[in-house]
Design a binder for this molecule. Structure first.
Ligand SMILES: [Fe+2]
Length: 257
């Protein structure tokens, strides 16, 4: 029988089928795991899901998610209207220099910095909907929460703890990615008749937001060719540049994690 690791964080299961599974604590920072566990314990068990078949490379979507400034531009008529997302950029581009320590322990340490979670946009105040009275809210912070789990998992909460979206990005081929999308509310206080409609409304709203991302990412992918100009990256893309430095070290040189 193969060795495998299974970690349960509230309503989330992480399964690693590798012969020597990487411990979850090596992949994600402790604060990230704690906040994810706390929120995932609030998930209800009634879930709606769908899969989008997108025409872009799976790495483009994690780069897009780590460019927080894209929200102001790409989601100007959607997400921007529900929360106040600040602009941000790193002061120092540490990715300018090559990685100093390429030992497995150091590469794992570097990888942990690519995952983070927390409140990103202040919501003032959360718009109350009737269904919110039917669920046990997670926490009491009026904010848009994001959890970015490197490399291919994104979880969001757009209403301060009343419901959650899970996005899993599955690489299919160099130019194709399946985007699996799940929605659930926070745990119900008791069953109510219109809960499937609440989840369906979440899915419709999620389609609107995700269409803005997918449309742009498919256009980027369609424009890629061997002679395409190298894009100019700004300080706001510092995390993506650090990921690229780490990824090329891992993939193009004789190093492992
Ligand atoms: Fe987006």
């Amino acid at each position: 029988m193969r060795n495998f690791a299974l970690v349960e964080l509230g309503g989330l299961l992480f399964i690693n089928l590798a012969p020597e599974p990487l411990p979850l604590e090596d992949q994600f920072p402790p604060g990230f795991i704690a906040l994810l566990k706390s929120s995932a314990e609030a998930y209800d068990t009634e879930v709606i899901m769908t899969t989008w078949h997108a025409k872009f490379n799976w790495k483009l979507i994690y780069e897009n998610l780590r460019d927080f400034n894209h929200i102001k531009y790409l989601h100007a008529k959607s997400l921007v209207k529900i929360a106040n997302f600040p602009f941000g950029a790193a002061d120092v581009d540490v990715a300018e220099a090559p990685l100093q320590d390429c030992s497995p322990a150091a590469l794992r340490r570097e990888m942990r910095t690519f995952s983070y979670g927390g409140p990103e946009g202040k919501i003032d105040p959360v718009k109350r909907e009737p269904w919110m009275n039917m669920v046990e809210r997670w926490g009491d912070t009026d904010a848009y929460f994001n959890w970015l789990a490197y490399p291919n998992l994104h979880i969001a909460c757009g209403n301060g703890g009343y419901s959650f979206a899970i996005e899993n990005h599955v690489p299919v081929s160099p130019g194709k990615t399946d985007v699996e999308l799940f929605f659930m509310t926070a745990r119900k206080r008791k069953s109510y008749a219109f809960s499937p409609q609440v989840l369906l409304a979440h899915m419709h709203y999620g389609k609107k937001i995700l269409s803005e991302d997918i449309g742009m990412l498919e256009a980027v992918q369609a424009g890629l060719h061997i002679d395409a100009p190298v894009p100019t990256q700004g300080a706001y893309e510092s995390t993506n540049r650090q990921i690229e430095r780490w990824y090329t070290t891992l993939m193009e040189t004789d190093h492992e994690i």
